[in-house]
Design a protein around this ligand. Structure first.
Ligand code: ZN
Length: 389
């Protein structure tokens, strides 16, 4: 048994916990609040509640509210310039994965020169070492999907090249994360489902990756169990706080899994779908390809025992065969009303599938190196084609 464990984030979890933010030791005196260009954090009062907490704590703040659902590099650079201009000494990401990921990347560029893509490791990124520590990062999550509040990862798209690439290191873990399931009661049903499936796949992929570890395995199976127990309930009745709590915890656990293990090539294959077609939500892209993807792992006997364990955790108590996990995914998709998503509805064409398959390797090639069995370029194309409707 060999593994390493490093998750340095203080996580404050529980309904109503945003109201306790002023009691926490905050990592600075002037915050750049990074949030989405959408209205939800404003109309639901979350932004006002955050600024009231900061006022109470004697922390001043500047708002940067331009982040798109698939966040882009230009806004990272613009946010970093705002942080410098206003002399902010820490960054708060408020919202879903997109604002929190952007907050991490902004924190890096607020203290380092050049362009964000100079430091990104995949695709056309320069892979330069980061000379200066980022500003401290606080994550306040209003959705349950990316787990970014509990890991070091941030995913940003370079619009000019449609490259959507993950990036992160020890210093991009948030110092403080608030996970308050009450803030998730307003997430609409479809987004609840997309994000819940994203969390599920962080756990599932981390569980069967060659980087899996005993601690990560415990977190993965509990996270998968909670998604199986409560995701459909949260989708069907968004005001069900018990279900929201279960999924919030499943998601934070899934983030921890990403920190101690790794996603595998299913995530690499999703990134070009939403990179080239930004209207595809990340979780929706994963849902479109998951059955064919995990059927491939089953056929190759990449993780037989673990796939049976995952099927059982999702609720198929009599599971015996790896394909039972694929059947469990289908059942959950139906229960969450996301079994009819199609690539063609989003304008993805059959002709571009080989190009997307190559793009997955070019931008996120590292994930293919931790797959439990080989996923070749030809396999990728076949998985996309089997998924295409
Ligand atoms: Zn994801």
């Amino acid at each position: 048994m060999k593994f390493a464990y490093f998750i340095p984030t203080r996580i404050i979890f529980g309904s109503g916990k945003l109201n306790d933010l002023h009691k926490q030791v905050l990592p600075g005196k002037k915050a750049l609040i990074v949030t989405s260009a959408g209205q939800s954090v404003k109309v639901n009062g979350y932004l006002d509640r955050l600024t009231a907490q900061l006022d109470k704590a004697g922390v001043s703040h500047v708002l940067f509210d331009k982040i798109l659902p698939n966040p882009v590099k230009d806004h990272v650079m613009e946010g970093a310039a705002a942080a410098r201009e206003h002399g902010c000494d820490f960054v708060i990401g408020l919202g879903g994965g997109s604002p929190i990921d952007s907050a991490k990347s902004i924190a890096v560029m607020a203290t380092n020169d050049g362009d964000y893509w100079d430091y990104v490791g995949g695709g056309s990124g320069g892979g330069k070492p980061i000379l200066n520590d980022p500003l401290p990062i606080v994550a306040i999550t209003t959705t349950a999907g990316t787990g970014t509040e509990a890991d070091q990862w941030t995913v940003i798209t370079k619009t000019e090249t449609n490259e959507k690439i993950g990036f992160g290191y020890d210093k991009t873990f948030p110092t403080l994360a608030v996970v308050d399931p009450e803030l998730m009661l307003t997430v609409p049903p479809a987004l609840t489902a997309y994000q819940g499936f994203d969390a599920l796949f962080h756990s599932a992929e981390g569980y069967i990756a060659t980087k899996a570890s005993p601690l990560g395995d415990m977190m993965s199976l509990e996270s998968i169990r909670l998604v199986g127990k409560s995701l459909a309930a949260a989708v069907q009745d968004g005001s069900n706080l018990q279900a929201r709590e279960d999924i919030a915890w499943a998601n934070t656990l899934a983030g921890m899994v990403e920190a101690v293990s790794s996603c595998i090539s299913q995530h690499a294959m999703e990134h070009p779908l939403s990179g080239y077609h930004p209207e595809v939500a990340h979780g929706a892209g994963l849902i479109m390809i998951c059955e064919a993807y995990f059927a491939h792992i089953a056929q190759k006997h990449g993780a037989d025992e673990k796939m049976v364990n995952m099927a059982k955790a999702l609720g198929k108590s009599n599971a015996k065969h790896p394909m039972d996990f694929v059947a469990a995914l289908r059942d959950l998709m139906q229960a969450c009303d996301v079994d009819t998503l199609t690539m063609s509805d989003y304008g993805i064409t059959r002709e571009e599938l080989p190009h997307l398959a190559q793009a997955a390797r070019d931008t996120m090639g590292g994930l293919f190196t931790v797959d439990p069995c080989e996923v070749s370029l030809q396999d990728e194309i076949r998985i996309y084609e089997e998924s295409y409707r």
